[in-house]
Design a protein around this ligand. Structure first.
Ligand code: FAD
Length: 305
């Protein structure tokens, strides 16, 4: 059994009870987590994870919440935010070493300022290093795993280094689903700082022009099927602008669902389900969700699996 008084005996960070997850997701939806924990450093994080796992208490690692749809009922268990505990990026020899709570914006900036090429295609992805590794985030033909050397994880209660070859990376997928990602190292090539700054700027402007960034969203809801684009399929199915409650399939980019203000997770889910069914009827393709559903009953998740 997990108890608050036990946790307080050793845990040094912030503890929230029934903390609304809408505060920690880019879609700005999601009900309360029973426990919300912000460890202060790596040791604090490892201790709380070991305690929770030994007690078989469900835990969710939060990155920047930019690829999550948390149910209106929230999370039965603990949500753990490592933003403050693991926020360092540095050079170690010729490697860039980034902790899991570092934002991709900070990581890209660090690399670009050092004139190191290969991370700039990640500019504008609003995630953390940990979330990006778990999701194998990418854009413009590149992925975070491209220049990765190894990943430090807490796996089965032990700190381990996993080499890229053993990490099972694929399109928006990795083998880190059950691990706690603590950090990663990268070997980048030498580039021209001015050119890298210009590239980063160009890519961010491109996103601003094509994505509905003025409204809360979770990025692409679906993965692109091989040789096709989810946005194109949803648009061809006539769903651009379709609204349920205060959630809407974006007029600007049909693979985005936006929160027009006070949307419920069920509104977003209804649109996901509708888009999948309509595209299937229309084009014979079953779209695969990119966004992770958290705190939904199994039957509901199966509906869109
Ligand atoms: C406007 C917008 C644009 C986007 N553009 C892109 C894009 O171009 N390309 C792309 O790939 N994605 C894109 N995304 C999606 C999202 O930003 C990425 O998937 C990102 O990598 C998720 O990182 P996060 O830190 O927000 O993870 P979260 O959404 O918080 O979590 C994602 C998953 O990773 C797990 N996780 C997070 N941190 C850890 C950790 N330390 N240890 C173990 N598990 C962990 C979570 O439990 C969850 O399962 C976009 C999102 C938005 C809102």
């Amino acid at each position: 059994m997990v108890s608050l008084s036990d946790i307080k005996q050793f845990f040094r960070g912030y503890i929230g009870i029934n903390e609304p997850m809408a505060k920690y997701t880019s879609m700005r939806v999601g009900g309360p987590a029973d426990y919300y924990l912000e460890p202060v450093d790596k040791m604090d994080l490892v201790e709380i994870i070991l305690y929770l796992r030994n007690n078989k208490f469900p835990t969710l690692m939060l990155g920047r919440g930019s690829n999550l749809l948390v149910s209106d009922e929230g999370i039965r268990g603990a949500a753990i935010n490592i933003e403050a505990a693991l926020a360092n990026v540095r050079m170690e020899g010729d490697l860039v070493v980034a902790e899991a709570g570092v934002t991709l914006a900070k990581f890209v900036d660090f690399c670009v300022q050092k004139g190191l090429a290969g991370a700039e295609m990640l500019a504008g992805i609003p995630g953390s290093m940990g979330g990006a590794i778990v999701m194998n985030a990418g854009a413009h033909g590149g992925e975070i795993s491209d220049h990765l050397v190894e990943v430090e994880v807490l796996r089965e209660g032990r700190l381990q280094s996993i080499k890229k070859e053993d990490a099972q990376f694929a399109y928006r997928r990795s083998g880190f689903g059950n691990d706690i990602v603590l950090g990663a190292s990268f070997r980048l090539s030498e580039g021209n700082k001015e050119e890298l700054l210009a590239k980063r700027r160009e890519l961010i402007l491109k996103r601003n022009a094509s994505q509905p960034l003025h409204l809360p969203n979770s990025g692409s809801m679906f993965k692109n099927p091989p040789g096709n684009f989810a946005a194109k399929l949803i648009e061809q199915a006539g769903l651009k602008g379709k609204r349920v409650g205060n959630a809407q399939i974006s007029e600007k980019h049909a693979n985005f669902i936006v929160n027009l203000g006070g949307a419920k997770a069920t509104d977003v889910f209804t649109l996901i389900d509708l888009a999948r069914r309509t595209v299937h009827q229309n084009a014979g393709l079953l779209l695969e969700l990119e966004v992770k559903l958290i705190g939904f009953p199994d039957e509901t998740r199966k509906q869109v699996a």
